[in-house]
Design a protein around this ligand. Structure first.
Ligand code: IYR
Length: 224
């Protein structure tokens, strides 16, 4: 017998075609309502909803099932303040000096700037870290594989789960992000990947009038 046991796939559900179609439409209709927001309410969100979303993210496929991610959930006001201060420092440098003109031009219609007030206002900041390796029982390094693919998939599932629960998110990628590892005291095998600002949108939140590409633009089908 193999020393790696396999079990039956008894959790797969096959739906009748009509139901598949209905589910695919309903899910699309749900997901296309997701918008990135930059104005958050300070209303609290029950922690167990965040926990369920993280469990969903943690169910993502990953290279060799190494699950090379760590989610640091910050609701502590002082830590949020410190993250805001540090993020605004790097963003100020980005907007005032580092960013080439064409990049700033590409961002213009989104209304972004160096002010990151929402990092203090939103009830949760979920900081996603990649883990480059883990340590086995002997303290030996176990390499992880396909980090950005794995953590990217998990982050997509996290955003989806939070939206499905009725929460808004903003994917924030301050650059450079090393300050997050320091502030959150993460070990040296971890690197910040993305920060998800999470909560309810502000009552008067406004979003840019932007469109998604059509199916024709984003796909090609090589038919039978
Ligand atoms: N990280 C900066 C700039 C920024 C860059 C891109 I590309 C965006 O889609 C949005 C923002 C910021 O957070 O403002």
């Amino acid at each position: 017998m193999s020393k790696h046991p396999f079990i039956p796939l008894d959790q797969f559900i096959e739906y009748p075609i009509d139901e598949m179609r209905r589910r695919s439409e309903e899910f699309y209709n749900l997901m296309k309502r997701r918008r990135t927001v930059r104005q958050f309410s300070d209303r609290d969100v029950p922690k167990d909803i965040i926990e369920n979303a993280i469990l969903t993210a943690g169910s993502a496929p990953s290279g060799a099932n190494m699950q090379p991610w760590q989610f640091v959930v910050v609701s502590n006001p002082e830590m949020k303040r410190q993250i805001r201060v540090a993020a605004e420092e790097v963003e100020k440098d980005f907007y005032d000096r580092r960013a080439p003109k064409y990049w700033l031009k590409a961002l213009e219609h989104l209304g972004t700037d160096k002010n990151k007030e929402y990092l203090e206002i939103a009830p949760y900041l979920i900081v996603v870290f990649t883990q480059r390796y883990s340590l086995d029982n002997q303290g030996e390094r176990v390499p992880h594989y396909y980090l950005s693919e794995s953590v990217g998939i998990a982050t997509g599932m996290l955003i989806t789960a939070l939206h499905n629960a009725g929460l808004a998110t903003l994917t924030h990628t301050p650059h450079p992000m090393a300050f997050l590892r320091k502030l959150l005291q993460r070990p040296k095998n971890e690197e910040p990947y993305i920060l998800l600002v999470t909560g309810y949108p502000a009552d008067d939140a406004r979003v840019p009038d932007i469109q998604k590409k059509s199916l024709d633009e984003i796909s090609v089908f090589i038919d039978k």
